[in-house]
Design a protein around this ligand. Structure first.
Ligand SMILES: [Zn+2]
Length: 253
């Protein structure tokens, strides 16, 4: 089995999902809002073994923040089907071009929503699938500590080496996206992430140089990463699966 731990599977076509399943993929499907969370639960019904459900509200989607109560209800009502909470985190890109006052307001509101999800994750011991950009980990880490959340996944994380070290010291995970295939700078950063904390993701259908992200891109990512860890692609993929089991271990769905 291969793992794509962060994918917007509700936006993939049935054909794309079925092709990935035929290739033995398990897909960590992350929700963006109420509608997408409901779609992901339906995907779980259809492909119970290959879909790992993460429900949440995307932190850059402020227009859905008002759905928070209903999304938390959905989480609480589907504990037997879900593997974790996500995509959740801290707004960053959404702040671009806003005034200082607006930025403060959005960040504050975003943190409030994030905290409610973390509280829920802590209550039910659910892994979290996080969108936290660069130095915003300094806002995220104290909150994770406050709610005793260990082994969080920072998806497509890129930051300074000091900040990377902080994530290492706190035993969190980072999933590497196929952006390593097209972005040299990000690839350089990704090579420095200690292998024990590495997971792989497509963030599909996000496009990489015009190419639609699908779970199979994990193979390409693994093949360019493997030599830097002195492993074959197969060995690296095995290590990624072991890491993913550790990440998901807090939950059995
Ligand atoms: Zn995402």
């Amino acid at each position: 089995m291969y793992y794509d731990i962060h994918c917007h599977a509700d936006k993939l076509s049935s054909k794309e999902i079925e092709t990935a399943i035929k290739e033995n993929f398990i897909i960590g499907a992350v929700g963006m809002n109420l509608e997408s969370n409901e779609k992901i639960l339906r995907l779980k019904e259809r492909y119970p073994k290959n879909i790992k459900v993460f429900l949440g509200i995307h932190p850059e989607s402020q227009s859905y923040f008002h759905e928070i109560d209903r999304v938390i209800e959905l989480i609480e009502g589907n504990l037997d089907k879900i593997s974790g909470i996500g995509e959740i985190g801290i707004p960053f890109f959404y702040l671009e071009g806003k005034s200082a006052v607006e930025k403060k307001k959005i960040k504050y509101l975003g943190l409030e929503i994030f905290e409610r999800f973390l509280k829920t994750a802590s209550k039910f011991k659910l892994p979290v699938n996080l969108h936290v950009v660069g130095s915003d980990i300094h806002l995220a880490l104290p909150l994770l500590k406050r709610y005793n959340i260990e082994g969080a996944l920072f998806h497509w994380y890129e930051g300074s080496l000091e900040d990377l070290n902080l994530l290492v010291l706190n035993n969190h995970f980072i999933s590497i996206s196929p952006d390593i295939l097209v972005n040299k700078e990000y690839f350089e950063f990704a090579k420095k992430i200690p292998l024990d904390m590495v997971l792989l993701e497509s963030d599909g259908p996000w496009e990489y140089d015009g190419k639609r992200g699908t779970p199979q891109m994990i193979f390409n990512s693994a093949s360019i990463l493997a030599p830097f860890h002195n492993l074959t692609t197969t060995e690296l993929l095995l290590k990624i699966s072991e890491n993913t089991y550790r990440y998901l271990d807090q939950n059995k769905n």
